[in-house]
Design a protein around this ligand. Structure first.
Ligand SMILES: Cc1cc2nc3c(=O)[nH]c(=O)nc-3n(C[C@H](O)[C@H](O)[C@H](O)COP(=O)(O)OP(=O)(O)OC[C@H]3O[C@@H](n4cnc5c(N)ncnc54)[C@H](O)[C@@H]3O)c2cc1C
Length: 486
């Protein structure tokens, strides 16, 4: 894809900025602060765009794209900038399209659908639909910040995917614009749709490389009446992950099934100064939520206890929302407490078949020994989607080198186990070097052909997914982002 990377001349960029100011007065921001905020995402690699455009309505997007096409300006769409992979970094400069002002929500209770602007924050949508007795399940941990547009562009997951599926499973229709500024309506707010090639699903997860989404029609479901939360401790990771397999074999259907390895739990315990389970320090843990009608939850809970008997060494149940929140605190603490191990975290959202998770955990321990860096792992065990972390100190060249070796070995192992290098964060910049581990040359060529067909000038989010990029060769910025709690 290298021959399709636009690099506008300074004259073209200046002319494009002037034209944009004329056609959309008040939208173009060129001050340093606005450009810096739009220069990075959670990967913390900063590349300054030439300007940020704050669109006010969907039609603005068409106007911007027509100008970007005319002047060959690289254009990176942006929601909250919470991407973990650098997918929102304007690596070729140009314009960043800030879509956060497209934040309208329209709920249809009868059809059980919502039409939402791309800039709507996921948690805001969830709150509004839940107030009407409905439910939008996709729940990335970044939901208080991340936007629906960003969720769709990355096909975001979260904890509830084990029962309810990922963002893709809730998208009925997409409105937006192709690279040349022509509008699209891909799918409609209808329960069935079988017309033409399914370009809607092609755009989902395409990380802003195929088009700009301005709004989406989303499927809603009835809000579960009851929730139950329990936490179980195990002597080893293998015991916990065997319980996961047993639970599915028994036909149980948890709404959340989270796993924490002993390295992660030890970090949380050190951080809070007390064991998660008194008398059972450094256990591996499963956090489980059941939901549905009260009778169904009761029956599932009974089945769960039968399975856990003789497997778990300790357990705790939440009887109130407040108690459930306390249990979830363990999971939240894990993430931030890892920084006691080192100042930098590689968070690899890999997926392996459910029954291979124990093998993957064994491998993280082998890796820990081999590279001499901690590898605390937690994640969505119900989906086989474990977040393997490699902790290293950024200032140490030797540590960074070990982390680099570690991540390459990890990705290779994941693919060998029949897994995938990313389950929810996408490729962006950080995972681009591993595309050829996952996909054959023919598959990558087919993807590039699709990209070329929809974006012949290569102006949409250039430099992502298909170009090998070594994050290691670039300095990452140490700054506090809105979702940082440390
Ligand atoms: C603390 C934390 C926890 C996280 N937890 C999870 C998790 O549990 N599950 C999960 O899946 N992810 C998670 N993420 C990753 C991230 O939040 C998600 O990928 C999220 O979907 C990104 O949304 P955003 O609005 O921030 O998008 P951005 O970061 O702004 O953009 C992400 C990508 O989408 C493109 N894009 C954005 N809007 C549009 C649009 N309207 N049209 C076309 N392309 C667009 C961008 O160009 C970019 O390629 C987490 C991140 C953080 C920081």
């Amino acid at each position: 894809m290298k021959n399709h990377q636009p690099i506008p001349t300074p004259q073209d960029q200046a002319a494009a900025n002037r034209a944009l100011k004329r056609q959309l007065p008040g939208r173009l921001l060129t001050d340093k602060d606005s450009r810096f905020r739009a220069s990075l995402d959670n990967l913390r690699l900063s590349v300054m765009p030439n300007a940020v455009i704050r669109v006010q309505n969907p039609d603005d997007v068409g106007t911007v794209l027509r100008l970007a096409t005319r002047y060959r300006i690289p254009l990176t769409s942006r929601g909250a900038g919470s991407s973990a992979t650098g997918s929102a970094v304007p690596i070729r400069g140009g314009w960043v399209l800030d879509l956060t002002a497209l934040n309208q929500i329209k709920i249809d209770r009868v059809a059980r659908m919502a039409t939402v602007g791309a800039g709507v924050v996921t948690a805001d949508l969830q709150a509004q639909v839940e107030a009407q007795g409905l439910f939008y399940p996709p729940d990335p941990s970044s939901k208080k910040y991340a936007t629906i547009g960003g969720n769709i562009a990355c096909n975001a997951g979260g904890m509830r995917c084990v029962k309810y599926g990922v963002t893709r499973d809730y998208v009925l229709g997409l409105k937006g614009f192709f690279a040349d500024g022509n509008p699209f309506t891909l799918g409609l707010p209808l329960k069935k749709y079988a017309s033409g090639l399914n370009l809607r699903d092609l755009l989902i997860g395409s990380e802003g490389t195929l088009g700009v989404i301005t709004s989406a029609d989303l499927k809603l479901i009835p809000k579960p009446e009851k929730r139950w939360t329990g936490m179980f401790a195990f002597k080893s990771e293998a015991a916990a992950l065997k319980a996961v397999v047993a639970l599915f074999q028994a036909g149980l259907n948890p709404s959340i099934l989270e796993f924490l390895d002993r390295q992660s739990v030890a970090c949380a315990e050190q951080y809070t100064g007390k064991p998660v389970f008194a008398g059972q320090p450094r256990s591996a843990i499963l956090l489980i939520e059941l939901d549905g009608r009260p009778a169904e939850v009761r029956q599932q809970r009974k089945g769960l206890h039968t399975i856990m008997e003789g497997r778990a060494v300790a357990q705790r149940e939440a009887r109130t929302e407040a108690q459930a929140e306390k249990l979830w605190q363990v999971r939240r603490t894990c993430s931030q407490s890892m920084f006691s191990l080192a100042d930098t975290k590689l968070n690899e959202d890999v997926v392996v078949p459910i029954e291979k998770q124990a093998e993957l955990i064994r491998y993280t321990l082998v890796l820990k020994k081999e590279i001499g860096l901690a590898t605390p792992t937690f994640g969505h065990a119900g989906d086989g989607n474990l977040h393997v972390h490699i902790m290293y100190n950024r200032a140490s060249q030797a540590d960074a080198e070990k982390a680099k070796v570690g991540i390459h070995k990890l990705m290779k192992k994941v693919v060998e186990l029949g897994g995938v290098i990313t389950g929810e964060h996408g490729i962006g910049l950080a995972k681009a070097p591993f595309m050829s581990l996952q996909h054959s040359p023919a598959e990558i060529a087919a993807m590039c052909a699709v990209k070329k067909a929809l974006d012949p000038l290569g102006i949409l989010n250039p430099g992502k997914i298909f170009e090998v990029f070594e994050v290691w060769d670039h300095e990452l910025i140490d700054l506090r982002l809105p979702w940082d709690h440390r």
